[in-house]
Design a protein around this ligand. Structure first.
Ligand code: DOR
Ligand code: ZN
Length: 443
C-alpha cells in the first residue's frame, strides 16, 4: 500500500526541539513519522536535504478585504500571497463590507470565499454595540473567534461602549471562543490626533498622535474585564504594554498576545524615511520599546506572531498629508521570511518562532493539534524553509493586488521553499501551483 507523499531527509522543527525524520502523508493527514527506512512507498517523494520542516504557519490576523473592499485585495490574490509566503491557514478579519455581525453574514462570507482560497481559512465575527445576541449564532456558523475594536479602523466600525464590552465578554465566557482585541483606545488617540492635525502633517506625527498610553489604557481595561468575566482575550498587534500583559498573566487572567514583524523590525525613526507606507495602527514605537517587545517575544509574554496583512491602494498609501493616508500594510507574504531573518540574526530561536507562528495560534483558537502540529493524525500542513537562502524583498514580486510595502528593499535570509496544505504543494519557491483548494476551517 502506498501513501500520497513522503517528505524525506528534512529537519523537523517543533517548540520542543529539532530532529531528522521522514514524514508520510496520505489523504491530507500525517500518517507516519520516523526513519526513511520505516516509511511506506509513496506516489511522490520530496528530498528535503538541507531544509527545515516546520508545521504550517497559522496567521491569525489578515484582512483580505472581500467582500466590499476588493480594490485593495481579494481572496484569490490575498490567499495566493499567503501560500507564496509559507502561510497555510489564515484567520480573516470581519471588517469587510457588510461587517460580519451575524450568523447569516458569516455564512454568506464563507460561501463566497469557499472556492477562492489557496490556503485554509477561518472567519472572525465582529462585536459591535448591538449584536451581543448574535455571538452564539456566529459561533454555531463556525466563527473562529471574535474581533473587538477599541480604535476605529478600515470599514468604519464604531467603538462599542464599555458596558457592552463587559456584557459580550460574559457571553463569550459561556460560548468559549476567544476575542481578539485591537487594544488602542480611541478616546486618547482622537484627542491627540485633533491637536496635532492643526500644526503638522509630517509622518512622525502619526506616532505622536497614538502614544503608548492609548494601547496601555486599553490593555488595562481588557485585563480588568476579562479577569471578572472569565473569558479568553487575545491582544492583537501588540506594540507596547508588555509589563501589563506580564502582570495580567501572572494574576491568572486568560490573556494572550500577538505581535507582528513590523513592530519588531521598524521603529519611529523609520517613519521619517518610509512615511505613510509605514502608517499602521498601532504605530511603530521607539527603539527602547522595540527592544522590550523583543524581550517579551523571547520570555513568552507575547504568544503569537501574525501579519496584520492590511492592504490599501497605492493612492491611499501615498497621500501628501499623513492624516489623509490609510493605516495598514501588507505582510502575509513577508512574515515568514522576515521572521526567519530575525532567527538568523539570533534575535529569536527557530523553535520559538514555530511556537508563535503555528503551535500557539492553533492552541489559542482550538484548532490544535489538527493545525499547528507535526504529529500523526494532524493535517499535513507544512512550511518547509531554507534558512540559508537570501533575497531582497521587492514589492513588484509580491502576489497581493496592492503591492506597496514597508519591507521594500529589506534583505531577508531564510525563505519558504514549499508550502503544503493538507498534503498538496500549493507553492514552491514563491510560485503558486494548482488551483484554490483551501477550505473553511471551524474551531
Ligand atoms: O493599521 C491597521 N489597519 N490596523 C488595524 O488594526 C486595521 C487595519 C485595516 O483594516 O486597515
Ligand atoms: Zn488588523
Amino acid at each position: 500500500m502506498s501513501v500520497d507523499l513522503l517528505l524525506n531527509n528534512g529537519t523537523i522543527v517543533t517548540s520542543a526541539g529539532e530532529f531528522k525524520a521522514s514524514v508520510a502523508v496520505d489523504e491530507g493527514k500525517i500518517v507516519a513519522i520516523g526513519s526513511a527506512a520505516s516509511m511506506p512507498p509513496a506516489e511522490k517523494v520530496l528530498d528535503l536535504s538541507g531544509l527545515h520542516v516546520l508545521p504550517g504557519f497559522v496567521d491569525a490576523h489578515v484582512h483580505m478585504r472581500e467582500p466590499g473592499l476588493t480594490y485593495k485585495e481579494d481572496f484569490l490574490s490575498g490567499t495566493s500571497a499567503a501560500a507564496a509566503g509559507g502561510v497555510t491557514t489564515i484567520f480573516e478579519m470581519p471588517n469587510t463590507l457588510p461587517l460580519v455581525t451575524n450568523e447569516k453574514i458569516l455564512l454568506e462570507k464563507a460561501a463566497l470565499l469557499k472556492d477562492k482560497a489557496y490556503v485554509d481559512f477561518c472567519l472572525y465575527g465582529l462585536i459591535v454595540e448591538d449584536n451581543v445576541n448574535e455571538l452564539a449564532g456566529m459561533a454555531r456558523a463556525g466563527a473562529i473567534g471574535f474581533k473587538l475594536l477599541l480604535a476605529e479602523v478600515t470599514g468604519g466600525v464604531p467603538r462599542p461602549s464599555n458596558g457592552l464590552i463587559f456584557e459580550s465578554f460574559k457571553e463569550l465566557a459561556k460560548i468559549g471562543l476567544t476575542v481578539s482585541v485591537h487594544a488602542e483606545d480611541k478616546n486618547v488617540t482622537q484627542y491627540y490626533t485633533e491637536k496635532l492635525k492643526a500644526v503638522t502633517k509630517e509622518p512622525i506625527a502619526h506616532c505622536w498622535a497614538r502614544p503608548p498610553i492609548a494601547e496601555e489604557e486599553g490593555i488595562q481595561l481588557l485585563t480588568l474585564f476579562a479577569a471578572q468575566a472569565g473569558n479568553k482575550v487575545h491582544l492583537v498587534h501588540t506594540s507596547c504594554g508588555v509589563d501589563l500583559i506580564r502582570a495580567a498573566k501572572a494574576a491568572g487572567t486568560k490573556i494572550t498576545a500577538e505581535t507582528c514583524p513590523q513592530y519588531l523590525v521598524f521603529s519611529e525613526e523609520d517613519m521619517r524615511t518610509k512615511g505613510a507606507v509605514l502608517k499602521i495602527n498601532p504605530p511603530v514605537r521607539s527603539k527602547v520599546l522595540v527592544q522590550k517587545l523583543i524581550e517579551a517575544v523571547n520570555d513568552g509574554t507575547i504568544d503569537t506572531i501574525g501579519s496584520d496583512h492590511a492592504p490599501h491602494s497605492v493612492e491611499e498609501k501615498t497621500k501628501e498629508s499623513i492624516w489623509e493616508a490609510s493605516s495598514g500594510c501588507i505582510g502575509v507574504e513577508t512574515m515568514v521570511p522576515v521572521m526567519l531573518t530575525l532567527v538568523n540574526k539570533g534575535l529569536i530561536k527557530l523553535g520559538r518562532l514555530v511556537e508563535m507562528g503555528a503551535e500557539n495560534p492553533a492552541k489559542i483558537f482550538d484548532l490544535y493539534p489538527r493545525k499547528g502540529a507535526i504529529a500523526v493524525g494532524s493535517d499535513a500542513d507544512f512550511t518547509i524553509v531554507d534558512l540559508k537562502m537570501e533575497k531582497t524583498i521587492k514589492a513588484e514580486e509580491l502576489h497581493s493586488k496592492q503591492k506597496v510595502t514597508p519591507f521594500e528593499g529589506f534583505r531577508v535570509k531564510g525563505l519558504p521553499v514549499y508550502t503544503i496544505v493538507r498534503g498538496e504543494i500549493v507553492a514552491e519557491r514563491g510560485e503558486i501551483l494548482g488551483g484554490p483548494k483551501g477550505i473553511f476551517v471551524r474551531p
